[in-house]
Structure formats: structure tokens, C-alpha cells
Design a protein around this ligand. Sequence first.
Ligand code: SF4
Ligand code: SF4
Length: 138
Amino acid sequence: MEEKSYLVIVQCDIVMERCSGFLCEHAFNTRTGAFSDYSSKKPYRTIYMTCGGCCGRAVHRKLNDLIRMIKKVEKVKKDQIVVHLASCITRDNYHASPCPHLEYLKGLIEGKLSLDLKEDTYISKKSTKLREKGIYRK
Ligand code: SF4
Ligand code: SF4
């Protein structure tokens, strides 16, 4: 993760109608869940955004805008950016099943925009137990 300096956390637009996104931010701040590999000593920059709603097509425009602006204003290159798809997109969770457009989203981010992509953000203990019991599939 040393080469990365900018994290983009993409969250499910539907879930964000009732979630503040705090637990994603908390997980990053405490370097837990999917953020455990990031050094707490490095001052990473972060930005949080939703997918823009089904089918997630807007994520391409939003990230494209970020890539352009961040290069123009701060000279940050694409390979310094990593995108995390929030756990409410990638996994069975309290709010819903994984996003039915997950592969499409991955194709836009990794395929079309050539950005590094990671799955998951906050990992809930309760959801982990439900996965172990097979109640949650993913
Ligand atoms: S992963 Fe959890 S905390 Fe993060 S946006 Fe989704 S529902 Fe909210
Ligand atoms: S495309 Fe997926 S992540 Fe986006 S709002 Fe629809 S279900 Fe949520």
C-alpha cells in the first residue's frame, strides 16, 4: 500500500439512504476490516462517494472526474489511487444482499478506468458469524 496515497470509498447509493457511512470511516480511521494493511503513520487522503444508484453507471463519471481533477489540481497520478467497494456492495450484510451489479462496477473501475480496486471496507463481527453459519452466503 506504500505507493497509494488516495483512497476512494464507493458505497451503495440505496444503502446510503439510511446509513451515514460512519462505520466505513471508523474502519479506515482504526485501520481495521479491509483497511488493516494501511499504515496508521501515513497521512492518506480519502474521499467517500456513492455509486450513484442502480446500475452503478455513474461511478464511471464520478471517478473519471476525480482522476482529472486530482491530477490537474494536486498532480496526483492514477496509480496513487485505490478504490474500495464498501462491504454493503460486496457482501451480504444487514442492509441487503451484495450488489447485483458488482461485476459491472468492477469492470468500470478496473477495466475501463484502470484503477486499482479492493473489495470491502468495514467488516461487522455479526455478519462474520452469519457467514460462518452459512446464513450469509458471501
Ligand atoms: S459498508 Fe456499512 S457503514 Fe459502510 S456504507 Fe455500507 S452499510 Fe454503511
Ligand atoms: S448499483 Fe449496486 S451498489 Fe449501486 S445502488 Fe444499485 S445495488 Fe447499490
